[in-house]
Structure formats: C-alpha cells, structure tokens
Design a protein around this ligand. Structure first.
Ligand SMILES: Nc1ncnc2c1ncn2[C@@H]1O[C@H](COP(=O)(O)OP(=O)(O)OP(=O)(O)O)[C@@H](O)[C@H]1O
Length: 266
C-alpha cells in the first residue's frame, strides 16, 4: 500500500456524493446551461461529452466552485460549493501553463498546500507520496521542463490529489497528448479510482475515451444545453485498452453517443 492511501485511511473517511441540482448558467443575456441535474457517487467515474460550445467547461467550472451558477447549485454532501474547496481537485488540459517552471516537481505539487497552512515537512511528504501514486516518485527533484508532456500531466494530477481531494475534475486532460501517452493516463485514472476510491468527472471530446473510462457518460447538447442522454456503461470495473475496446458493447455505446452528439442542435 502506498503512503498516500495510508494517509487517506488514517483520515476521517470521506464518502460524500457530488450533487448538481437545477443548475443553470448564463453569461450576460446568453444562457449556456439549463436546469442540469447530476449526481456523482463516491468512487464513480462520469464523463461529460457534447458538441463544441455546448457548455462542458462551464459545467466543470461550476462544479469546482470557480464559477457561480445563475440558478440551482452544486453540493458535496450537504455543503454547498460556492468557491474552490480542498475536497475537489482540478486538472486542466494545459499542463504547460498550470505547472510553475521555476519550481521542481515536488515543490509544484506541494505549492497549494502552503496556503492551507500545512507545515513544510508534511507538505513535501505529501507531495512525494502523491507523486508516487501517479507513478512518478523519481521526478520529485526535476523541473517541469525536464519532463515529457505525459509526465507533466501526471504531476498536475498529483498536485490535484495532494491535499485531501476525493473528487477529481478533469477538463480535456489528455487532449494535447499523443495516443499512447493518452492510453497510459486513462489507465492511471482507472487505477487512481480503484486505489483511492475517489470520484472523477472528465470532460472529453473523445468518445472512445469517455466510454473506456466511464461508469456513466452524460451527453450535453442544445442552446441552452441540457442533459440529452445518460448512458450507463456496463463494461465492468476492470478495463483493458485492447479487450474492452474490442467488446461489441463498446461499439454500441460509441455509436449511440456519437449519434446524439451529431444530431442537429435545436
Ligand atoms: N467567460 C465567458 N463569457 C462569455 N461567454 C462565455 C464565457 N465562457 C464561455 N462562454 C461561452 O459559453 C458557451 C459554452 O462554452 P464552454 O467553453 O463551456 O463550452 P465547451 O462545451 O466546453 O466547448 P469546447 O468543447 O469547444 O471546449 C460558448 O458559446 C462560449 O463562447
């Protein structure tokens, strides 16, 4: 068992769902999201897909507390989310812009803990165990620019998990990576869920990625966007890049979601 899971076991167990109730969001006079309802239970992976401009990033920002809904709300358990909280970690597509180039990897991971008043020795210990949990214990002393894109995104995931996040929100996290690195990181997401029992919400344009990762795929579409379909992915918890994608049900889920996304938007 790694140090991170030991830390989590020592902590008070956190088993709170992320709940979205009647969420609407407008930018000025333009309504982007209308009356969304969604629940992510502990340990679940939900993928959000939809046409470009549907409002996926807007929804993720509302979930994280970075953006205030116009109506309705987001809660973790009974706590209403109105600003970023330590229980929710966020990973963006642009890992180059999110890691600080003048800090070593462990310092990057530990950096947000500074603002939480965590003492330095504990910060560095948490950073090291978090890097270990994403398979990168050896890069603690290296700067981001000395790492590949995939490694930098792993460091960004380690940073999102380093405090006590039990919900991970990811916005197109692997969109800028090559196919093989992307597959490795998808498998990392599945293994983090299994080892740490965290809930994960992934916004992605890649339908194969959504079906491969998710317990449920939520399809957003329309102006304003609503949930037009929720697809339960019954492919078991253990997934494999080759066997799972060769399963005939994988192709069925893929076509169902693709046809929803390509449907003319009303
Ligand atoms: N800060 C903002 N101010 C005004 N309009 C915005 C703002 N952010 C996003 N929008 C608009 O809201 C709509 C939804 O944008 P959003 O980025 O959430 O969609 P998306 O589904 O994530 O798009 P993509 O798949 O292309 O990344 C778009 O029409 C966008 O132009």
């Amino acid at each position: 068992m790694n140090t991170m899971s030991m830390n989590r076991q020592n902590a008070v167990p956190v088993v709170k769902p992320l709940v979205v109730e009647g969420l609407s969001k407008s930018y000025g006079a333009v309504q982007v999201l209308s009356n969304l309802n969604l629940r992510v239970d502990p340990g679940e992976i939900i993928c959000i897909v939809g046409p470009s401009g549907a409002g996926k990033t807007t929804l993720l920002r509302c979930l994280s507390g970075l953006l205030a809904p116009t109506a309705g709300g987001v809660r973790v358990g009974t706590e209403t989310i109105s600003a970023p909280v330590s229980e929710i970690g966020i990973v963006f597509q642009d890992y180059r812009g999110s890691l600080l180039p003048w800090m070593r990897s462990a310092e990057n991971v530990a950096f947000p803990l500074q603002g939480k008043g965590v003492p330095k020795a504990e910060r560095m210990e948490r950073a090291r165990s978090s890097l270990e949990s994403v398979g990168l214990p050896q890069v603690a002393e290296r700067y981001p620019w000395q790492l590949s894109g995939g490694m930098q995104q792993r460091v960004a995931i380690a940073r999102a998990l380093a405090y006590d996040a039990h919900i991970l929100l990811m916005d197109e996290p692997f969109g800028s990576l090559d196919a093989q690195t992307r597959f490795d990181l998808e498998d990392l997401v599945l293994s983090l869920r299994k080892r740490l029992e965290i809930s994960i919400v992934v916004v992605t344009h890649d339908i194969d990625e959504a079906v491969y990762l998710a317990d449920r795929v939520v399809v957003l579409s329309g102006h304003p966007a609503t949930v037009i379909d929720t697809v339960e992915i019954d492919l078991g918890a253990e997934r494999d890049q080759i066997a799972t994608k060769a399963d005939p049900r994988f192709a069925e889920y893929r076509s169902r979601i693709l046809s929803q996304i390509r449907r003319p938007v009303k």
